[in-house]
Design a binder for this molecule. Structure first.
Ligand code: HEC
Ligand code: HEC
Length: 179
């Protein structure tokens, strides 16, 4: 009687162990897929953004690029104040186009990425909705003769990697703008 009971116990234990191993390996598979996805996002982003993006913001960056670079190039967050981005992420009415607004938790991840890489606007400054009227965009272009108005389509003339989210590489005429 005792013996049979303990055999049953062993069997139950090994089923338990099997389940643990199963869940663990599924989990690892998922984690690996997740990590390699994040990694490929880093690869496509190269070092083309203004700052290196820490791992915890990479998913947000990937989602941003996925959602905001289908109709036009994705602008780097630094060119507009955080307030602009916040409003844009909440609004389905978008410069005459209609967007399917991002839903949480994706929206929160995008917001964490964007808010980390942009700055708050000044207290009594009007929220700019065009890079052409953004102080931060101007600040990133000291002594650069920009087309007026500068539009989302004008970036690529001087930033040949703009469609790959690379704003560090410059077309040769700008390689040394101060000379
Ligand atoms: C359905 C197409 C579409 C999608 C998707 C889209 N946009 Fe736009 N976006 C537009 C259009 C159209 C304009 C206006 C272009 C113009 O007038 O030069 C625009 C303009 C902008 C501008 C102003 C650029 C400037 O200075 O002139 C910003 C900033 C912007 N979009 C951010 C975003 C963000 C953030 C997302 C993702 C949430 C996004 N867009 C997704 C269509 C889209
Ligand atoms: C007429 C050429 C020109 C145009 C158009 C232009 N840029 Fe630039 N951009 C430059 C130059 C030159 C620099 C480097 C300025 C410096 O370092 O002093 C620069 C720097 C930047 C930087 C900083 C990169 C870094 O390494 O820190 C960002 C971000 C940027 N530009 C975004 C944009 C975006 C977005 C657009 C389009 C809306 C745009 N630029 C349009 C010439 C241009």
């Amino acid at each position: 009687m005792l013996k049979r009971k303990s055999r049953r116990k062993v069997r139950r234990k090994s089923i338990g162990l099997f389940l643990v191993v199963l869940v663990w390996s599924l989990g690892m598979g998922w984690l690996l897929a997740f990590a390699s996805n994040a990694y490929s996002a880093v690869l496509t982003a190269e070092i083309g953004t203004v700052d290196v993006v820490p791992a915890k913001y990479q998913i947000g960056q990937e989602l941003y690029l996925e959602n905001c670079s289908t109709c036009h190039i994705a602008l780097p967050p630094a060119v507009l104040p955080s307030q602009t981005w916040k409003n844009l992420l909440q609004d389905s009415q978008h410069y005459g186009a209609t967007l399917k607004p991002l839903v949480d938790p994706g929206r929160i991840l995008v917001w964490r990425y964007i808010s980390t890489f942009s700055r708050p606007q000044k207290k009594d400054e009007r929220t700019p909705y065009r890079v052409n009227s953004s102080r931060y965009f101007k600040a990133l272009h000291p002594q650069v003769k920009l087309p007026r108005p500068v539009k989302i389509g004008s970036c690529v003339a001087c930033h040949p990697g703009a469609s790959k989210y690379n704003f560090r590489r410059l077309s040769s005429e700008w390689d040394n703008p101060k000379e």
